[in-house]
Design a protein around this ligand. Structure first.
Ligand code: SGN
Ligand code: CA
Length: 532
């Protein structure tokens, strides 16, 4: 109680210090699911896969962080890390298969509410239990659907018509327009796209005019000399992609009108594909092209909806006092190592996009190379809001970096731990230490006990392990000591827990009850819209 009075007093003091008319900054957090740096033009991907003017605008008017890392490269777990500012072993949410978020624990939105913020979350939540700490929540149950998605509006099941990314954009704008204007806001606008099965807005089908995308150099990685953990994966373009992924069958959620539009684009192309009877590498080449069209079209939808919201902030004079942060729950493989999906400690899925705009504070067109993490977000949000940062949170506020400072004691190494196995994708649990140059990795169960050392300077594609190379013996010794130091620091000193294997499907409380046929339609705000 005393603490909360003190924080309120601090907030009032901050308001006074900034001038009576200036509130603490609003925070607008754009989040996407599985959106990787290779798909954002501001990150300068060699393959030039897509133009993203909306996101690029944030980078141009602010800071592009080049080494924002995740602690556990998968969806639910990273969302729990963001809520709590704690690693999975302390917040209790290890994996998508068996975990449920304990919403009674300390989270940043609850603490922001206490210092007078209005808080909202719209879009993908994926933490199974009911969101806490939000004045307004309007979320997708579970993974959500791309077309005509059911959603849950503050506990009430609703059915929207249209395309999920546009609906989340609309709901975000509606909330911004109707919010309590006497308070600063913290809005989490969380897109489902571009998550598998990468289903684009109908208006974006064929957006690339059948362009042929350059392939990554490691599309046919053989994993020679690597742990069995890698070669035994189940996330390959060749091995794992399904007819649904490849749009050889249509989703069941389309209306008949939408389905006609869909077939018009895919059917002639699919007919050609069937005729060609591709096998081996030719089949992988074809699948890669189809994957790129669909994934990138989904990102294009996200980009357009970010632009819409940025334009609204400009129009309303809100841009000036709103900190924009854009990120994703992890990176993603766009064919590197022959993969899609995420999970690994390797660069494409360890690193996640992180763009920040803070007019008048963050210097435009800056690139920052500090090792930062989504683990830092809770404290960053609290710091921005003038709230106290609880001592048991495990990150660091990024506000000094936003201001262009270069703290001498900033982290030089980072601890990572992934747990989910065997389904989906058969990626064996592993933990490790990451520095600017190296990664030391331990794949520890159930049927492997392998170490690898990666040297990004010598081998940027991460196709070799130097662990058994005598020239690296000292490096291995030093990194093992650093790994142990970090495990003590983050309080994961026990042997990794033996989590139950298996993929129990969850029916969380936030999943709406099944609706009788013909009922519950058209109740949502996206009513009457086409999925385009
Ligand atoms: C689904 C996907 C997987 C994906 C997980 C986790 N299969 O199971 O490919 O790895 O979600 O994704 S799908 O065929 O149902 O799309 S996450 O973003 O929630 O972590
Ligand atoms: Ca994800």
């Amino acid at each position: 109680m005393i603490r909360s009075l003190l924080t309120t007093a601090l907030l009032l003091f901050t308001v006074a210090a900034q001038g009576a008319d200036k509130q603490p900054p609003n925070i607008l957090f754009f989040f996407a699911d599985d959106m990787t740096t290779q798909a954002i033009s501001a990150y300068g991907e060699k393959r030039h896969l897509l133009e993203t003017p909306g996101m690029d605008r944030i980078a141009k008017e602010g800071i592009r962080f080049d080494r924002c890392l995740v602690t556990n490269s998968i969806c639910g777990p990273m969302r729990a890390v963001i809520q709590t500012g704690k690693y999975s072993h302390l917040n209790g949410f290890y994996n998508n298969s068996n975990s449920r978020f304990n919403g009674d624990q300390q989270t940043f939105p609850k603490l922001l509410q206490k210092v007078g913020y209005s808080t909202a979350i719209i879009g993908k939540w994926h933490l199974e239990t009911v969101p806490q700490g939000f004045d307004y929540w309007h979320i997708l149950p579970g993974q959500g659907a791309y077309y005509n998605p059911p959603m849950i509006d503050n506990g009430k099941p609703v059915k929207h018509e249209g395309y999920v990314t546009d609906i989340i954009g609309d709901l975000t704008l509606d909330w911004l327009k109707n919010r309590d204007k006497s308070k600063p806001f913290m809005m989490m606008c969380q897109h489902k796209a571009p998550h598998r099965e990468w289903e684009p807005a109908l208006r974006h089908l064929g957006f690339d005019k059948d362009r042929v995308y350059e392939e990554p150099e490691t599309l046919f990685d053989t994993f020679e000399g690597r742990s069995k953990a890698l070669s035994d994966h189940d996330m390959g373009i060749e091995r794992t992609m399904t007819d649904r992924d490849l749009k050889l069958v249509a989703p069941t959620t389309l209306t008949p009108d939408q389905r006609r539009y869909w077939d018009e684009y895919y059917e002639p192309r699919n007919a050609k594909y069937r005729e060609a009877k591709l096998t081996g590498k030719d089949l992988v080449h074809w699948r890669y092209q189809r994957y790129m069209h669909d994934y990138l079209a989904c990102v294009k939808g996200v980009d357009e909806n970010i632009s819409r919201v940025l334009d609204y902030l400009d129009k309303e004079g809100l841009a000036e006092n709103t900190v924009i942060i854009l990120s994703s729950d992890q990176g993603f493989y766009l064919g590197e190592h022959g993969w899609f999906d995420k999970r690994w400690i390797f660069e494409e899925s360890l690193r996640t996009p992180f763009l920040v705009r803070w007019p008048g504070v963050a210097k435009p067109s800056t690139v920052d190379n500090h090792i930062v993490s989504l683990l830092d977000l809770a404290q960053t949000f609290l710091d921005l809001g003038g709230a106290e940062q609880p001592a048991d949170m495990q990150g660091h506020s990024l506000v000094p970096l936003f201001k262009g400072e270069n703290p001498a004691d900033w982290r030089k190494s980072f601890y990572y731990h992934y747990y989910e196995f065997p389904v989906p994708h058969r990626v064996r649990p592993h933990y490790g230490v990451v520095t600017d140059r190296y990664k030391l990795i331990h794949y520890y169960k159930p049927d492997v006990d392998d170490w690898e050392l990666l040297d990004r300077e010598k081998d940027p594609q991460e196709t070799r392990s130097f662990y058994n190379d005598p020239a690296y013996a000292d490096t291995v010794t030093e990194l093992k000591a650093e790994l142990q130091r970090l495990r003590v620091e983050v309080k994961e000193t026990e042997d990794p827990p033996r989590l139950a294997y298996g993929n129990r499907a969850f029916e969380g409380e936030v999943n709406p009850p099944a609706q009788p046929k013909g009922k519950g339609k058209g109740k949502g705000k996206g009513k009457g819209k086409k999925a385009e």
